[in-house]
Design a protein around this ligand. Structure first.
Ligand code: ADP
Ligand code: MG
Length: 789
């Protein structure tokens, strides 16, 4: 449902700002010269004597250019086509401080220096006010892309990041982006100001931030008009006003970790934009890398798509910026060759205007039905009354009916309500005064009347609410043609038309001159006839010189481009190196410190999200099927909870509360399986047991006699030293030297306490309760399972 047109190129204009104070103070040379008539920019090399580099564009604007000139010549036609239902995009591209924001927004409170955005507001709403038989709905959104994250500048929650989504019918869009319906220039300006405030609030250093973020102001204009087929058609035009991040090379040297990540993201969108432009212009590329960045994805339509696009390349005139200026001009020069196929968006599915219209129609029908019901009710009432009334009465009623119908048709609702209320009041009074009624009956009737009055009130309120809602919705839809007869308006219109004509003429003049320039060289050689050999030599030498100069220019251009490519490659290599290093470190950490099963677990959970273009982790769920977990056991009809068969029976037998809604679930503690063993005494050889027994006897009873040691048999030894060693092998006993025994014997009077007297249990010194184990600091038992990995 759209009219397609032939392909048209992206329009590229160049704007050079004036020297600023600092540059003038430092006496910088001006290296940029512009030929406005011809649409050419020449950049001189401040060092060396190579000829200036010349670029030709759709038009160029020098430092004397006014905002309004730019608007009338370059932007107005684009906004006009948005009003017709095309999509349109205006980019400002260039180094920081060259006037991108100045071109897009300009100086806020100065009408002379207002930028494209405010000028387009004026343009759009003036156009609407002059339109006839058309309904408009204007919406505005404002977003920012910073480090590949999208922030809604109009939302209350500035910390939230938005996502890009794609739908087959409408393409890429920002999910949950807020948009405000605006009814006037003032309202949409307010929207812009709020967004700008949020932009600077969100960043500590505004300049730093703005030079690294892309701001996009989106105006959606929907227009509904009855077509020649008698049907209502809606056209939707979307205007993207883009203030790009500064194009200067961001220094990445020495960046690490977070900073590195930031550095790689800063100009990702911008370099992706460059790649998209290259791929589009190349002609050989089959793949256009729109998906490489948020910006290019969002503006896909504007680059090689169905939108009209104007790109403003902003440059500075001073010599120290010459590198950046040349880069900007080369970049824009390429963009000139992008071909778009603009088309009108007619009757799109998601037109808000259609929704509005349908909603209004629905509400109106609802209101109509309400009043209709009222009338019918009345009629019915009267009909009933007429049945048992006289003929006269019926006639009366008919007249009444007609009267009331006309009243309703006039829409005099307040009157209707008042009449109804009065009628009820009167009836109430009549009941009060009617003495023939019994008091009870009277009360009943009175109550009924009051209820009716309440109903009436409620109905009235509801109707009023509905009417207000309709009014509010209708007020958002703008219709023109109100002040079409306004005299000044008429004059303004003529003035604008004239301006437009002039701009058009200028454009044609420029184009023709550019063509003439091109043809000049070609035709030269055809026309020439030489009268003498000498003349031919002269002319050919001159031509040769000219061509040679051209060759030199092309050669130096090639050199320049190669240089810039080398620089870019070095940059990329450096980034790559840093990223590789980071990656290696991470891999190293993973290999050495992350258990293999953890790694596999994470690997299994990871998946690539195509939408967001990044890896994500699936949430952990123990239960395979979530549904299983969610469903509750079904209870019998009428009971709040599931009941056991027993409880149900018991309830039937005797309606005892005890069994009401008894829970059928009997939950017991899930005891874990045992992991320890029952204690088993060690098996001790009888000899050892005897030795132990000996050793545990009170020491007083032990006779210490060194001499006995030498003569005594193994039994005596056992008696003496059995306590020292649990092992009873003779070998180990023999290892104890007599000297050591002697010392042990000399100081053998040890305190008795602390030694268990009885029991065969071998008490281990590591026991927590053993005081002998405590040296200076208490020795705690080693807990199982708490050992750090
Ligand atoms: P950018 O957004 O590209 O970083 P700005 O728009 O902030 O640059 O411009 C930097 C400064 O230069 C501002 O103070 C602005 O007023 C001034 N400036 C830029 N372009 C022009 C121009 N064409 N005429 C006058 N002043 C300009
Ligand atoms: Mg800026």
């Amino acid at each position: 449902m759209s009219r397609s047109k032939s392909a048209e190129s992206v329009k590229v204009v160049v704007r050079c700002r004036p020297m600023n104070e600092k540059e003038r103070a430092a006496n910088y040379e001006r290296v940029v010269s512009l030929d406005v008539k011809l649409g050419q920019v020449a950049v001189r090399n401040p060092r060396g004597s190579s000829p200036p580099k010349v670029f030709t564009f759709d038009s160029v604007y020098d430092w004397n250019s006014k905002q309004v000139d730019l608007y009338d010549e370059t932007f107005r036609p684009l906004v006009d086509s948005v009003l017709l239902g095309f999509n349109g995009t205006i980019f400002a591209y260039g180094q920081t401080g060259t006037g991108k924001t100045y071109t897009m927004e300009g100086v806020r409170n100065d009408p002379e220096r207002r930028g494209v955005i405010p000028n387009s507001f004026e343009h759009i709403f003036t156009h609407i006010s002059r339109s006839q038989n058309q309904q408009y709905l204007v919406r505005a959104s404002y977003l920012e892309i910073y480090q590949e994250e999208i922030r809604d500048l109009l939302s209350k929650d500035q910390s939230r990041r938005l996502e890009l989504k794609e739908r087959p019918d409408t393409g890429v869009y920002v999910k949950d982006l807020s948009s405000f319906v605006t009814k006037s220039v003032r309202e949409i300006e307010h929207v812009m100001n709020v967004g700008n405030q949020n932009r600077s609030v969100g960043s500590t250093n505004m300049n730093e931030h703005s030079s690294r973020s892309h701001a996009i102001f989106v105006i959606t204009i929907e227009c509904s008009e009855t077509g020649v087929d008698g049907e209502n058609h809606i056209r939707v035009g979307k205007l993207n006003l883009v203030d790009l991040a500064g194009s200067e090379r961001q220094t990445k040297t020495g960046a690490q970790g977070e900073r590195l990540k930031e550095a790689t993201k800063i100009n990702l969108s911008l370099s992706a934009l460059g790649n998209v432009i290259s791929a589009l212009v190349d002609g050989r590329s089959t793949h256009i890398p729109y998906r490489d960045s948020k910006l290019t994805r969002l503006l896909q339509d504007s680059l090689g798509g169905n939108a009209r696009t104007v790109m403003v390349a902003n440059i500075g005139p001073a010599s120290y910026n010459v590198e950046e200026t040349l880069t900007t001009l080369r970049y824009s020069n390429r963009a000139k060759n992008i071909k778009n196929k603009p088309r009108i968006n007619e009757d799109p599915k998601d037109a808000l205007l259609r929704e509005f219209q349908e909603e209004i129609a629905r509400l109106k029908a609802q209101l109509e039905k309400k009043s209709g019901r009222r009338r019918r009710k009345r009629r019915r009432r009267r009909g009933e009354a007429g049945d048992d009334g006289t003929d006269d009465g019926e006639e009366d009623d008919d007249e009444d009916e007609e009267e009331e119908d006309t009243v309703a048709a006039e829409g005099d609702k307040t009157d209707y309500w008042n009449v109804q209320q009065e009628k009820l009041e009167k009836e109430k009074m009549a009941i009060l005064e009617d003495h023939s009624l019994v008091a009870e009956e009277k009360l009943r009737l009175l109550k009924e009347k009051e209820r009716k009055m309440d109903d009436l009130h409620r109905e009235k309120e509801a109707s009023e609410l509905l009417a207000a809602k309709i009014k509010a919705m209708e007020s958002k839809l703008l219709v023109g043609g109100k002040n079409i007869v306004d005299h000044t308006n008429e004059q303004q219109k003529i003035l604008e038309l004239k301006r437009k004509e002039i701009a058009e003429q200028k454009r044609r003049e420029r184009e023709m001159q550019q063509q003439v320039e091109c043809q000049d060289e070609e035709t030269l050689e055809l026309k020439e006839t030489y009268s003498s050999l000498q003349q031919e030599v002269d002319i050919k030498t001159k031509k040769l010189k000219k061509l040679f100069a051209k060759l030199q220019a092309v050669k130096s251009e090639i050199q320049d481009i190669q240089d810039s490519h080398i620089k870019e490659r070095q940059d990329l290599e450096q980034t790559q190196n840093e990223l590789t290093r980071e990656l290696k470190l991470k891999t190293l950490i993973m290999e050495n410190f992350i258990p293999l099963e953890e790694k596999t677990k994470i690997e299994n959970r990871a998946f690539f999200d195509e939408e967001d273009d990044c890896w994500k982790l699936r949430p952990i769920t123990r239960i395979e099927n979530d549904q299983k977990m969610m469903t509750r056991p079904v209870s019998a009809v009428g009971y709040r909870r599931p009941l056991s068969q027993h409880a149900r029976l018991a309830m039937m037998m005797q309606p005892d509360v005890r069994y009401r809604a008894e829970n059928i679930l009997l939950l017991e503690l899930d005891m874990p399986g045992r992991t320890t063993k029952e204690y088993e005494e060690p098996v001790i050889a009888p000899k050892v047991a005897a030795a132990l027994e000996d050793a545990l006897r009170d020491e007083d009873e032990i006779q210490v006699d060194a001499a006995a040691l030498y003569s005594a048999g193994s039994l005596g030894l056992r008696g003496l030293y059995g306590g020292l060693s649990a092992s009873s092998s003779a070998g180990s006993l023999g290892a104890i030297s007599p000297g050591s025994v002697g010392t042990a014997g000399g100081s053998a009077k040890k305190p008795k306490s602390g030694r268990p007297k009885t029991g065969k249990k071998v008490s281990t010194p590591t026991s927590a309760h053993s005081p002998s184990a405590t040296g200076l600091s208490p020795l705690y038992p080693q807990s199982r399972g708490l050992v750090p990995k």
